[in-house]
Design a protein around this ligand. Sequence first.
Ligand code: 13P
Length: 351
Amino acid sequence: MAGKFDYLPEKLRQQIAHTALQLVTPGKGILATDDLPDSIDQRFSGLGIVPGQESRRVYRQLLFTAPGIEKYVSGAILYDETAHFKTDDGIPFPEYLLSKGILPGIQADRGLVELHGIAGETLTQGLDDLLVRSQNYYRMGIRFAKWRAAFNITENTPSTLAIEENAKTLARYALLSQQAGLVPIVEPDVSIQGTFNLARCQKVMEEVWAATFKALNDHHVHLEAVILKTNMVLPGRACNEKVSTERAAIATVWALSRTVPPALAGVGFLSGGQTEEESSVNLNAINQAPGPKPWALTFCFGRALQESAQKVWASNQADIASAQDIFIKRCEANSLASLGKYVPGSIPSFA
Ligand code: 13P
């Protein structure tokens, strides 16, 4: 028998549910630009771009100021450093994004620590001061947050312990974010690397999502103000058994419909190492797949929105407009895919 408890205050619940619905506006998705400074610097170095803070600022500005971005992008996830950057005109990025009708979000977790004794498994840290950090972010104009739990599929993983502990941590984070007025993006990210087949990925995802939503419910998280960010159900990159796009899309929809309550505000998929075109084609197939889909199924892509743009920018950093142009094309492709209207190959990718 459940004990006595109180939900979050009604006004707060309404406010965050409204924010969540804005994030999943039909035809729009989320731009993930929350790579750690070291990761983006490494990518820049590989492309011949001088790494460093100013390159990172100019590159983010290129994306956020791309003409027409607001037609396709409802929110942008920032890393703490990016949330403190300003445009050339001195406007803080969160303020600039809000002025365009794009909600600024924040990567709230503080990375992974080893779950001792289980090879390769991890927990995500950052809960201790999360409420205060989230309240500060809210004051800066941030309206949503993201927290990533990472899993790998091998013969013995993910373990029940890793699934359950990560689910509880995601739920604690989600509640603290909501208390501060932020919509939590809850991200159980199962890596695409491995030899597992489609059926194994589907089963793992059903277990991970079921545990995550049980924990969210146990913690009295307001589900109407939560976005699930997760991987698509796909065979591992090194699996010999190839499956059609349609079959993988059906597996994703089935697994979601078996484990994710209709009350959830929406689902934003990560691209997880798929190419730009693959990500768009797979998202499109998911939206075309038969089966119950009571939530928006959209994009929350990092690499799959930016790879071409980074390459084009690297080839001539003075030519901001060409990089913006290819970036907007990927935004448009994924906007169409989120509606099940993308024609594969119809929008070019340079990646
Ligand atoms: P991608 O896998 O789409 O690059 O996104 C990574 C991510 O989770 C950033 O928030």
